[in-house]
Design a protein around this ligand. Structure first.
Ligand code: TMP
Length: 378
């Protein structure tokens, strides 16, 4: 499991096959198995990044949402440590509520005065949310949650429970078109049970209380979609963006096959590149213990003898070990303390910000290895 960073002597969550299946009819790609959410999320180490990139993303979301609806009351599903709800509250939302299955993160959010229910998004949680908002909520947010969910039908029906006629649902998911174009194979891991196209998402809405109202493409995390939904009994018309986005979409089995070939090539390239550096006596480390780092490290079979450590800003991940390789995760200061010659940036989705931030590393002759979109030394 890609986020299964354990402490010294800790027990791993286990293994499961990682295989992508594709439906040529509706263009949905899904994993062949769904791991029990209790195993994946009960104690969860992924904390929404407090980075500048993420704050800018939140501001963009708020602007787009504001064009549709005033966000007085906001419910967030998969609210993590409450970062987005805090942002919404600072920017005018007077009533907020988060729902998150991770005990540790719900506690963290509640301590910070972000009302949070520790639960998966099921019927009970939906009823609790309805009771919290009493007359129906204005906005429901679900960032990078839908692609983690196995039972879409219940998820969508439960969204109707705390809704009113003009509730706006905003679902953010990684976009499969960007995944294919950028060969982002490192975003394929057990938490992401599906890789959504707009066409497949529209098919999933059939028979649900929701329809697509507006679609926006976003840059975050290597390319994502903002899917805005309105209830089927909402009177306003769907926006042109839905038709345009559907027209520009092209997801085929052929493209997935090309993706697979390219992914193998990239894995071979990074693996050989790092091994050559190490053989010639250069020190290489990892930067950002993202889930993506676990995918790369296991695909390349890197061990501590290739990457001595991985730095990460997330306190919860530090002094734990990367799953599969047991490479230690250390604080971000280790980069300038130890000054290795090379650092592989596994948090490539934040690279411009990281490049600026880690000036000392650069000035002392440190070089970045970027694994994405193509392997490059900066
Ligand atoms: P993500 O791409 O899945 O959001 O993961 C990014 C990881 O990188 C996360 O564990 C936090 C870490 N990170 C750093 O270590 N330094 C940074 O400056 C940023 C932005 C992220």
């Amino acid at each position: 499991m890609a986020n299964d960073f354990v402490e010294k002597g800790g027990t791993h969550k286990g293994f499961a096959p990682l295989k992508v299946l594709f439906c040529p009819r509706c263009t949905l790609a899904q994993l062949s198995v769904a791991v029990d959410p209790q195993v994946l999320y009960r104690d969860y180490l992924y904390v929404t990044s407090p980075s500048r990139t993420m704050q800018e993303h939140f501001a963009k979301l708020r602007k787009l949402i504001g064009e549709e609806q005033s966000a007085t009351s906001v419910l967030e599903i998969g609210s993590n440590d409450g970062a987005l709800l805090r942002f919404m509250e600072k920017n005018g939302a007077s009533r907020i509520l988060g729902i998150d299955p991770a005990r540790n993160l719900s506690n963290l959010a509640s301590k910070e005065h972000i009302p949070t229910i520790n639960a998966v998004w099921d019927r009970d949680a939906a009823e609790d949310a309805a009771a919290h908002f009493e007359t129906g909520v204005d906005i429901i947010l679900a960032r990078h949650v839908f692609c983690h969910v196995d039972n879409w039908k219940d998820f969508l029906h439960n969204l109707a429970v705390p809704s009113k006629k003009d509730t706006l649902v905003c679902i953010e998911v990684p976009y499969v078109q960007d995944l294919l174009e950028g060969c982002e194979f490192d975003t394929i891991y057990h938490e992401h049970t599906s890789y959504l196209s707009i066409q497949s998402f529209r098919a999933a809405l059939n028979g649900s209380p929701w329809r697509l109202h507006r679609v926006e493409r976003l840059e975050i995390h290597g390319g994502a979609l903002l899917l805005m939904l309105r209830r089927t009994d909402y009177e306003g018309k769907a926006q042109e963006s839905v038709r345009k986005a559907l027209e520009s979409e092209s997801i085929t089995l052929e493209r997935w096959r090309e993706f697979a070939v390219k992914a193998h090539r990239k894995i071979g390239e990074l693996s050989a590149f790092v091994r050559n550096l190490v053989t010639s006596g250069q020190e290489v480390v990892g930067y950002g213990a993202s889930a993506k780092s676990t995918v790369w490290i296991n695909a390349c079979s890197f061990t501590r003898s290739q990457l001595r450590f991985i730095t990460d800003t997330t306190l919860l991940k530090q002094y734990r070990f990367s799953p599969g390789s047991d490479i230690p995760i250390v604080d971000e200061g280790a980069l300038t303390r130890e000054l290795p010659k090379y650092a592989v940036c596994f948090a490539w989705n934040f690279f411009p910000e990281i490049y600026e931030k880690e000036k000392i590393f650069r000035e002392k002759g440190g070089k970045w290895i970027l694994p994405h979109p193509e392997i490059k030394v900066v």
